[in-house]
Design a protein around this ligand. Structure first.
Ligand code: PLP
Length: 348
């Protein structure tokens, strides 16, 4: 199988863990693994003296937790809505009746940062929610610009980095981000099922709300202090996370991983040019390539790749617009072949 959907092709050593017996979770051995994972995660995102929560649940679970426990303590939220993931922040605010401004950014466009700053100030919001990379379009937002605006106006910054973590450079402390959200099936390149929250050291002692029993920050943070989770964890995934973090460390850390992903994106985009596929994102992230084909009626490419080649790419609401993830294992030759095959089905 060749998968260019999330999480993509996964290293065999990580996959093997899933087929082996695993340890009981209420043990010192499991606690030690989790405490080591926490430290490696904080190092990767540059969040000194911060904390993490690793939930059994997909990325949206952790986004929900952020709104329940943290955003709901604020006066008003300002949401950058540049696609379906941005809109999810807004929906979560509505669900929990948090006053929120939906700042809409057109499909695959960058933010007009000057206009955004004006709207933010007018709104009187005290927390900003955004994505680093809006995965539905491939657009990468400028976190330096967003961070400066937030710092200037004393607005707390919460960023969904689910599809940019380990694919784009990210320094949480330098950017002054209070909370980052990620999950396992994107840049970490292990199976879906865990989501991770990073808390800046600034939030030590913060008084959170308690609107969701399962996702409660205090309960989870207290338990994780000793390497445990309040409820049954997806143990195998925690073991795969730990093994993957050790592997990343062994293989040269986040810079090496980011460079590799950027290389793959560059290789594939040369074929997009060759076959005439437009990449609409104004500032495309290397995490995925979102490209427009002429396959607008029948999804021939998507079905054709599965049926003939056992290969997955990601379709999207917009006809003929496909996304190829670069966060799974893939060689230059595989990317060449993928492009050739997409071209083959586009002509049909
Ligand atoms: C994948 C993703 C999510 C989370 O989706 P889940 O299906 O809940 O894991 C959230 N935000 C972004 C930017 C994503 O790419």
């Amino acid at each position: 199988m060749n998968s260019y959907a999330f999480p993509g092709d996964i290293d065999e050593r990580i996959m093997e863990i899933g087929s082996k017996p695993f340890i009981y979770m209420r043990t010192d051995e499991f606690s030690k693994i989790n405490l080591e994972s926490e430290q490696m995660l904080l190092d990767l995102i540059h969040c000194k003296n911060g904390r993490t929560i690793v939930y059994t649940g997909s990325g949206t679970g952790a986004m929900s937790a952020v709104v329940e426990n943290y955003v709901s303590t604020k006066k008003r939220a300002f949401v950058i809505d540049g696609g379906s993931f941005g809109h999810r922040w807004y929906s979560l605010c509505q669900y929990y009746k948090v006053d929120a401004v939906d700042y809409i950014v057109p499909f695959a466009q960058d933010i007009d940062y000057e206009d955004m700053e004006k709207s933010l100030v007018e709104s009187g919001a005290d927390v900003l929610l955004c994505q680093h990379h809006e995965t539905s379009t491939g657009q990468l937002f400028n976190l330096n610009a967003i961070s400066e605006i937030c710092k200037r106006h004393g607005v707390s910054l919460v960023v969904d980095v689910i599809s940019s973590f380990l694919a784009e450079p990210l320094n949480m402390d330098e950017l002054g981000i209070d909370i980052c959200v990620t999950s396992t099936q994107k840049g970490l390149n292990i199976p879906p099922g865990l989501s991770i929250l990073f808390f800046s050291a600034h939030l030590k002692g913060y008084t959170y709300n308690h609107l969701g029993y399962y996702w409660d920050f205090n309960d989870n943070l207290d338990n994780l202090r000793r390497g445990q989770t309040p409820f049954s964890p997806a143990t195998i995934l925690y073991l795969q996370l730990h093994a993957r973090l050790l592997q990343l460390k062994d293989e040269g850390g986040e810079d090496k991983n980011i460079a590799e992903i950027h290389h793959r994106a560059k290789v594939f985009r040369a074929y997009c040019k060759k076959y005439g596929w437009d990449i609409p994102a104004q500032c495309p992230s290397a995490a995925i390539t979102g490209f427009q084909t002429s396959d607008t009626a029948e999804r021939c490419i998507f079905r054709g790749l599965i049926e003939a080649y056992d290969t997955y790419i990601m379709p999207c609401g917009k006809p003929g617009f496909y996304r190829v993830s670069h966060m799974g294992l893939q060689t230059d030759e595989e990317l060449r072949l993928l492009a050739e095959r997409i071209h083959e089905f586009e002509k049909q």
